[in-house]
Design a protein around this ligand. Structure first.
Ligand SMILES: [Fe+2]
Length: 152
């Protein structure tokens, strides 16, 4: 004879375990995809050709230091600076662009090389995980780096 009470209890344990496994798998996949995104952007096939990164500077290895954006988060503000000359419109940083972890543009700053230096500040209230930052030079193209947002 089947013990209905025991069966119901086992069914409940099974359902609870099943959904816990799904939740764990979802969280694990989400984390591993997030890590894959970071690695793909910084080291994948587009890096070194469509844009440049610290590890994949393509044929621009000699200008990494002056083109890779320096990133710092202070509370809810992201500061971006590019240690690059602003030689009028001859050679300058055109703009900084900040994207959220899903590649939506959240902020950008266009520079006037006749009177500005390539430093920008961006409000990042409400954003989490990581930010993608682009710094664009008129001669040496687009440079990308990523900064992780620490949870408070
Ligand atoms: Fe440049």
């Amino acid at each position: 004879m089947i013990n209905m009470k025991k069966l119901k209890n086992n069914k409940y344990i099974f359902i609870k375990g099943f959904f816990s496994l799904i939740l764990l798998k979802y969280l694990y996949l989400d984390l591993s995809y997030a890590e894959e995104d970071t690695n793909y952007i910084l080291n994948g096939p587009l890096a070194g050709s469509f844009y440049y990164t610290k590890n994949k500077p393509g044929n621009k290895e000699n200008v990494i230091q002056s083109h890779l954006p320096l990133l710092e988060i202070n509370e809810n503000t992201l500061s971006v600076s590019t240690p690059h000359e602003m030689k009028g419109y001859e050679h300058y940083i055109i703009k900084h662009i900040v994207l959220d972890s899903r590649f939506n543009i959240i902020s950008e700053k266009v520079f006037d090389p006749s009177k500005e230096i390539p430093i920008s500040r961006h409000d990042i209230i409400g954003y989490e995980d990581k930010l993608y930052v682009l710094s664009i030079c008129n001669n040496h193209d687009t440079w990308v780096d990523i900064i992780k947002i620490k949870k408070p």
